[in-house]
Design a binder for this molecule. Structure first.
Ligand code: URA
Ligand code: SF4
Length: 220
């Protein structure tokens, strides 16, 4: 084991969490996070958004191209689909907080486009203190993982979406965690019929969340 002198470079978001971490303070502090290398390539930090009293907390993967430019989560095509599905499932947008497992857009050039690139395990771990702090500030009744990357961060281990989808779980991060697909995965299906089918399943998953919210009695 090599013993190094104190490193100037931050190793995770933990170095940036402010004392007395209210949501506004967290949002402000996250804007200058350099806890992993992803800030270098992105336009800005895209922190979570929603009311502090939100009952349901959605976790995506990372901001996309449009979110990176706008500085707000889920404002692109995946966000539109999510909003539509929330309405159909009867979940009020006003009681919903949305955030991402990683707060900076990771991409690689593909012609003129910026092509989304999956965050790796080290980046997920580096960014997790923000997610933890958001959860601590909000204490939602239900946490919903949108897709595998979010589930891996929230469950804290390698999971298969097929194993955890559609059911409620207790994890080290939260007591009532639900997982479903990422809305982008629905949009990626080439056939309209399959997209419609996947969308219907997504909405029925969200209906389970809505039922949970109205019947919820938190267990310790
Ligand atoms: N996809 C995500 O996972 N998060 C966003 O904010 C937008 C697209
Ligand atoms: Fe910090 Fe997360 Fe951005 Fe990495 S991805 S720099 S940990 S906010």
């Amino acid at each position: 084991m090599s013993r190094e002198k104190s490193k100037p470079e931050a190793k995770s978001a933990a170095d940036f969490i402010p004392p007395d971490p209210t949501l506004p303070r967290l949002t402000e502090a996250a804007a200058s996070c350099t806890g992993c290398n992803l800030y270098k390539q992105a336009t800005q930090t895209v922190f979570g958004e929603g009311p502090r009293k939100a009952k349901v907390f959605f976790v995506g993967e990372q901001p996309g191209d449009q979110e990176d430019r706008a500085g707000h989560p889920f404002v692109g095509p995946a966000g539109s689909l999510l909003n539509k599905a929330l309405i159909e499932a009867g979940i009020a947008r006003g009681e919903t907080y949305v955030t991402n497992a990683v707060k900076h857009f990771k991409w690689e050039p593909q012609g003129k486009r910026r092509k989304h690139k999956k965050p790796n395990a080290a980046e997920l771990a580096a960014c997790k203190p923000w997610l933890q702090a958001e959860l601590n500030a909000i204490r939602p009744k239900v946490v919903v993982c949108l897709g595998l990357t979010a589930a891996q961060s929230v469950f804290g281990r390698a999971v298969r979406l097929g194993d955890v989808r559609g059911t409620f779980h207790k994890t080290s991060l939260a007591d009532d965690v639900f997982a479903t697909v990422h809305p982008s995965s629905i949009l990626r299906h080439p056939e309209k019929e399959q997209r419609d089918e996947e969308y219907r399943k997504f909405v029925s998953d969200l209906r389970l969340v809505r039922e949970r919210l109205s019947s919820h009695h938190p267990e310790g």
